[in-house]
Design a protein around this ligand. Structure first.
Ligand code: URA
Length: 237
């Protein structure tokens, strides 16, 4: 367990030490932020946060929560209409207009992307490798499989933990260079600090999350949070 309050003498300050953070109430009014209020989500979130949940169950829950978030985050997608034949007669049918892209920020975003694919099986998956420099908390790009041919109506950047917002901001900067008509961010838990930073950097992006937590500790972990979402999915403790 990380002790959030201890500052070590003679050591450089911890990444979030002494940095003011907004409260939940301050960010709850932000436009474009959608926080799930579904009871099934709350139920699954409790199991996800539980320290006794094993990596296989944790990964399964991330996928299930990803599917629920995908359902919520696709509420406004555009549709094309066409006439189809049922066994009985002709009727109007609806299909999602244009392609749907999902960009998992590696590696913690992988489970969420799988959940998305259970809802939209033909979603394109664009992997993006960003990792946090634990000292500065800045995001470093180490892998990029974004295609050159782009025909999407929307792309969802997915990463479970919106902590300082650094990776999410960088991922959206990278995606914006691809001229995708609409971008969204989907995460499981956000800290008020990261939510505010992301909204300030990308005010045009809709943000869908399952829960808004209290704050970041001095190390940049979300509290109460769930610990390290990558390690808990892949069993690398
Ligand atoms: N990344 C995580 O996996 N957990 C946190 O609490 C913050 C960032």
């Amino acid at each position: 367990m990380i002790d959030t309050n201890k500052s070590q003498e003679g050591q450089p300050p911890l990444p979030m030490q002494g940095i003011p953070q907004p409260t939940r109430d301050e960010v709850l009014k932000l436009p474009r932020v959608h926080i799930s209020s579904h009871p099934v989500m709350a139920h699954k979130m409790t199991a996800l946060r539980d320290n006794n949940t094993t990596p296989p169950d944790f990964y399964r829950l991330v996928k299930e929560i990803g599917a629920l978030l995908a359902y919520e985050a696709t509420e406004n997608l555009a549709l094309d209409t066409s006439t189809i034949e049922t066994p009985l007669q002709a009727t109007t049918g609806y299909r999602l207009a244009g392609g749907i892209g999902v960009t998992p920020i590696l590696r913690a975003g992988l489970g969420l992307a799988e959940g998305f694919r259970e809802v939209i099986s033909d979603a394109q998956v664009w992997h993006l490798g960003l990792r946090r420099d634990e000292r500065t908390l800045r995001a470093l790009e180490y892998y990029n499989r974004l295609p050159h041919q782009i025909d999407l109506q929307v792309c969802y950047a997915v990463d479970p933990m919106l902590a300082t917002g650094g990776s999410a901001i960088d991922a959206l900067n990278i995606l914006k260079r691809r001229n995708i008509p609409r971008l969204c961010y989907v995460g499981i838990i956000a800290a008020p600090y990261g939510l505010l930073k992301l909204t300030q950097a990308h005010p045009d992006v809709d943000i869908y999350i399952a829960a808004l937590d209290e704050s970041l500790n001095d190390y940049g972990y979300i509290v109460p949070g769930l610990g390290d979402a990558g390690d808990r999915q892949f069993g690398t403790f």
